[in-house]
Structure formats: structure tokens, C-alpha cells
Design a protein around this ligand. Structure first.
Ligand SMILES: Cc1ncc(COP(=O)(O)O)c(C=O)c1O
Length: 410
């Protein structure tokens, strides 16, 4: 249960009881201080809600943790997690490149001046435009199916994504390395695809694996990396082993890095990684205000943010830590219901809150990844403003106007 807020406190997001329980009692609860709560209230007041707030220091700290574990490994941030240009530039200034999975993301990479090894092009069904822009940027393509060998621009640099055929500890929609998943080539053809790339004049640099997102059990990575290492006798030496991302926020990065280095050594390869969520999730919170209270068969706190601002609870059953930014004695259990005319539009269930009043501010934590980037204009709702705290607030994305939303229509 999360307690109320005392002015001047620093907010500490704690994983909800349900989330801790599902992780097993042996796991320590994860908590991390982020932006002081009085600052969050100030931001809600100044910029309005719903509002995404990011803490620059926490972004930098996440980069530091990745560097501490993976040393000089090339880090390609999966920009799908949060593709705000300010976030991209900040990561880029710390030596991080980008993994892009759409033409729009490639344009973002170009916009911030990324080139060469700082750009990876991924995706199961790349378009002609994506191949062309990727080649112009000198990117490395992640080949996801055999047919791509013939589709790549001449003399492309490429990795082959391998499907390790593993069931992993995450939501089905977040698992990408299962035998039934659409991603990657089968283990038994990976070496042939590398050979075909070379025969076609491409630079076959190595292998790639990404087993999914928010992986709970570190043993899943170990099993996946080991399956790739088993291919070494067939592939011979390789330049790169890209072990993807998918780390949960409390992941043992040093352990994952050690397993990655072991697997890479089988090929004499360097390790590349592609974290998304790990780098940005903890740095962001979604601020939302209470609009009213309602009781039907359950008790609801109606709030001004929902599925259009933060889709993860509806899409994956994701449980985000929730913090009330007020204090009070009468603590009750509420579901947090958004404003959309959709019955699945709930940001959290069974949240313990001190008696809410209209206008009270709630911080939904761990929302820096797949929050703003998945927000939508469904119901002609404007996507939220985004602000960054770096000793002062800066607006890094203005709130959309209704006119913005129909500007492309006739
Ligand atoms: C190929 C690939 N790499 C990296 C990532 C980043 O995953 P995460 O945000 O869980 O680290 C994804 C996410 O979907 C992905 O598909």
C-alpha cells in the first residue's frame, strides 16, 4: 500500500504488493527516489494535467548503471520506449545510439544526427523507404527473415535476428522469442542466412536476439544467450552479438552482462545491447488529477488520464506504482478510471488512497517507457504535454490542440 504525501517528502515509488507477490517473496522490493513530490505538484499546477514529467538525473543514472554493467558494449536505445527528441539527444550525448523500428523513428534518428553504427534498423516487415533511409544513414539492418537478404540495399551491414524458441517469464504480448512468435529466423537456419548475406555481398556482422520486454526471470536471458552460443561451431567467428533488451527495472544487469559476454566469447564477438524500458521507465511519471468519485459495484476515483495517455495497463495488464500527492486519514480502496467511454479504461485497480478530493494529483510511476510514445489521439484527445526536470522545468513537448489533430484532414 502506498502512503499519502507530506509536503517536502521525496517520492519513493514502491512496487505494489500485487507486483511484489507475483515476483516471489525472495525478491527485494524495488524502490527508487525520483522527482520530489512538491515539484510534481508545482508541475501539475503550472502545466496542467495529464502531464508526463521526467527526471533528467534519473535518466543519467540509468545510463550509468548500464555502463557499469556492460562496460564498452555498444548501447542502441530502443527508441520505441520514448522517442521524444530531448530524451534522444540526452542519451546520444552520453554515447548511446538508437534502434529504430519504423520510418518515423529513422527520421528521428536522422533529426538528431545519428549515423553509422549509432543506427540499427529493425522490424519484421521493413518498407522500401526504411531500407533506403537506413542505407543513407549507414545503419546496420537486423535481418528478421530469409527473404530480406534479397531486399537489403547493396552492400548492407547486417545482423541476423534469431528466434531462440523459448517461453519466457512475461506477458504473452511482450514475449518475442517464443517458437510461435513472428520474430527472427529459426535457430537451424541462422548460419545459412549469414552465409547467404555474405554470398550476396553484404557485411554479415553477427547475430541478434531479443526475447521480450519486462522479463522477470534472469535465467531466461541465460537460456537464450546459450542457445545462440551453441551456433558458434556453425557460424564461425563473428564481429557482433546483439543481445537485445527486455530488462526489468530491478534486473541483475551485472549477471545478464556476464552471460552475454560468455556467449559473445564463443564467437569472438563484441556485445551490443538494445535496452528501451530500462533506460527511461523509472525517470518518468504521469500526473493526473482526480475529477470525481463514483460507486457502482466498485469504488472509482475518476481521473483525467486513461488509456489514451497510458495504454500499458489495458494492453498488457501492466501494474504501475501509484502515489497520491496528498495526505489524509480515511484510506479506502479505489479503481482509477480514465475518462474514455471504454470499460477497460482503468489505469489501476485496488489502489489505497487517502480520501480523494476533486483536483487532487496522483503520480503514476515507471511511466517513462511506453507511456508518451504509446499515447494516442483516440476520441480526439490531445496527447499530454511532456516536461523535463533538470534543475528547472522545460517543456519538451507541448500539449496538442484539437486543431493539431485534424490538421491533416480535409
Ligand atoms: C528488438 C527489440 N529490441 C529492444 C527492445 C526494447 O525492449 P525493452 O524496452 O523491454 O528493453 C524491443 C522492445 O520491444 C525490441 O523489440
Amino acid at each position: 500500500m502506498l502512503s499519502g504525501f507530506l509536503p517536502g517528502d521525496r517520492i519513493v515509488y514502491r512496487r505494489t504488493f500485487i507486483e511484489c507477490a507475483s515476483r516471489g517473496a525472495s525478491r527485494p522490493p524495488y524502490d527508487r527516489a525520483v522527482i520530489a513530490s512538491d515539484l510534481l505538484l508545482d508541475a501539475a499546477e503550472r502545466f496542467g494535467t495529464p502531464l508526463y514529467v521526467y527526471d533528467a538525473a534519473e535518466l543519467d543514472a540509468a545510463v550509468g548503471r548500464v555502463r557499469a554493467a556492460f562496460g564498452h558494449a555498444r548501447v542502441s536505445y530502443a527508441m520505441k520506449a520514448n522517442s521524444n527528441l530531448t530524451v534522444l539527444r540526452r542519451l546520444q550525448a552520453r554515447g548511446i545510439g538508437f534502434e529504430c523500428v519504423s520510418l518515423g523513428e529513422l527520421h528521428r534518428a536522422r533529426e538528431v544526427g545519428a549515423r553509422g553504427d549509432d543506427v540499427l534498423v529493425n522490424g519484421p516487415a521493413k518498407s522500401a523507404e526504411e531500407y533506403t533511409l537506413g542505407a543513407a544513414l549507414g545503419a546496420t539492418f537486423i535481418v528478421d527473415r530469409e527473404e530480406e537478404v534479397a531486399l537489403l540495399p547493396p552492400r548492407s551491414r547486417a545482423l541476423v535476428r534469431v528466434n531462440p524458441a523459448l517461453d519466457v517469464s512475461t506477458h504473452d504480448h511482450l514475449a518475442t522469442g517464443a517458437a510461435i512468435s513472428k520474430f527472427g529466423v529459426r535457430l537451424d537456419v541462422a548460419a545459412d542466412v549469414l552465409a547467404a548475406l555474405r554470398a550476396a555481398g553484404h557485411d554479415a556482422r553477427g547475430l541478434h536476439v531479443h526475447i521480450g520486454s519486462a522479463i522477470r526471470d534472469a535465467a531466461d536471458f541465460e537460456r537464450a544467450f546459450a542457445r545462440l552460443a551453441d551456433l558458434a561451431p556453425l557460424t564461425g567467428p563473428l564481429e557482433v552479438l546483439d543481445v537485445g533488451g527486455g530488462w526489468s527495472l530491478d534486473a541483475d544487469l551485472h549477471g545478464i552482462a556476464a552471460r552475454a559476454r560468455e556467449a559473445a566469447s564463443a564467437f569472438g564477438a563484441q556485445v551490443w545491447v538494445e535496452p528501451g524500458r530500462y533506460l527511461v521507465a523509472g525517470a518518468g511519471a504521469l500526473l493526473t488529477r482526480v475529477v470525481g468519485l463514483k460507486r457502482t459495484g466498485r469504488s472509482f476515483a475518476l481521473i483525467d488520464a486513461g488509456m489514451t495517455e497510458l495504454l500499458r495497463p489495458m494492453l498488457y495488464g501492466a501494474q504501475h506504482p501509484v502515489q497520491a500527492l496528498w495526505s489524509g486519514a480515511d484510506v479506502q480502496t479505489y479503481d482509477l478510471a480514465g475518462p474514455a467511454c471504454e470499460s477497460g479504461d482503468l489505469l489501476a485497480r485496488d489502489v489505497r488512497l487517502p480520501e480523494p478530493h476533486v483536483g487532487a494529483v496522483i503520480a503514476v510511476g515507471e511511466a517513462g517507457a511506453y507511456g508518451a510514445s504509446m499515447s494516442s489521439t483516440y476520441l480526439t484527445r490531445s496527447r499530454p504535454m511532456e516536461v523535463l526536470w533538470d534543475g528547472e522545468w522545460s517543456v519538451i513537448r507541448r500539449r496538442e490542440t484539437p486543431q493539431d489533430l485534424w490538421a491533416t484532414e480535409v
